[in-house]
Ligand binder design. Structure first.
Ligand SMILES: [Zn+2]
Length: 295
């Protein structure tokens, strides 16, 4: 048995009061209303899309071409969950219900900062049950041969979850290695990093940008005004908050996707070439190894 579940000495947590978000979808000008509600012990993170509950677990992953994380159950689905999940996980919350009147999480500024700040403002309630955590007894190795160089190792870490992630990209993004530990301040260290385009724009020809805007209808005409970080082959069109912002955003995405394991992990991940599909595979593999186990 490579993995097992055990009762942690830390208590489960929920938010102290309800939060309401009014936001916008990246796909349209439609306004979205989202409520975050406190939840009972052992609820986990649950989306409630117009009455259908979808647990935030890798079992409900839905494949899309959108380079994002979407969940589905019965006829309901919810798109772009990863930044909100990262904030919930990073701010130490175990039990929460996310009520939506549409099937998409508001994009806000493309980072997890607005979510982290709102959760902090709501405050935390420590609950009367302990967390269940995943213990690692033998290293696990993951790879995706179809994406060159994408590989990861998971080893034991008694201090909770830690991640060392190397994100290699061509200029101007370049290659950075970033680190995160569960004991770090998620809001300060990770939440601010905004999402970015996956390939450069030609500044003299906006055909490609307009093609992207035909899907993501809320993006502005001028790519320099975009909440999604844009760049050409030689420079960024959107000023960065820090030179490693894209790599730190991949850290944010990874934390959000790992939340789909459904338990905290006492483990250290070393990840080369991160990506949503890869972290989905890792979360599914961990859940499959834990299948049938109880504390
Ligand atoms: Zn992202």
């Amino acid at each position: 048995m490579k993995l097992s579940l055990k009762e942690s000495n830390k208590s489960q947590r929920t938010i102290a009061k309800e939060i309401t978000f009014e936001g916008q979808s990246l796909f349209s000008s439609t306004k979205i209303s989202m409520q975050l509600l406190p939840a009972e012990v052992n609820t986990g993170i649950v989306f409630n899309v117009n009455g259908t509950k979808i647990p935030a677990l890798s079992d409900y992953l839905n494949f899309t071409e959108l380079h994002t994380t979407s969940l589905t159950k019965d006829d309901a689905e919810v798109l772009m969950v990863e930044h909100l999940l990262a904030a919930i996980w990073g701010m130490g919350i175990d039990n929460i219900e996310i009520k939506l009147d549409q099937k998409i999480i508001p994009a806000q500024d493309g980072s997890a900062e607005p979510f982290a700040q709102a959760l902090k403002e709501a405050g935390i309630t420590v609950q009367g049950a302990k967390r269940t955590v995943v213990e690692i007894h033998e290293n696990l190795y993951f790879e995706q041969p179809e994406f060159e160089g994408r590989k990861a190792t998971l080893s034991s870490n008694s201090n909770g979850l830690s991640i060392e992630l190397t994100a290699p990209y061509p200029a101007p993004i370049n290659t950075y290695t970033v680190n995160y530990s569960e004991n770090d301040d998620f809001e300060k260290k990770v939440s601010w990093a905004r999402t970015f385009l996956r390939s450069p724009l030609d500044p003299t020809d906006l055909t490609k940008w307009n093609g992207i805007r035909s899907v993501y209808k809320a993006l502005p005409e001028d790519p320099r005004q975009s909440p999604v970080i844009t760049f050409t082959e030689s420079k960024f069109l959107t000023p960065l908050k820090a030179e490693n912002e894209p790599a730190m955003h991949k850290m944010l995405d990874t934390i959000g996707d790992l939340a789909l394991v459904g338990y905290r992990i006492n483990g250290h991940f070393k990840i080369d070439v991160p990506g949503h599909k890869f972290t989905h595979l890792i979360a599914k593999e961990i859940r499959s190894q834990l299948n049938g186990q109880e504390v």
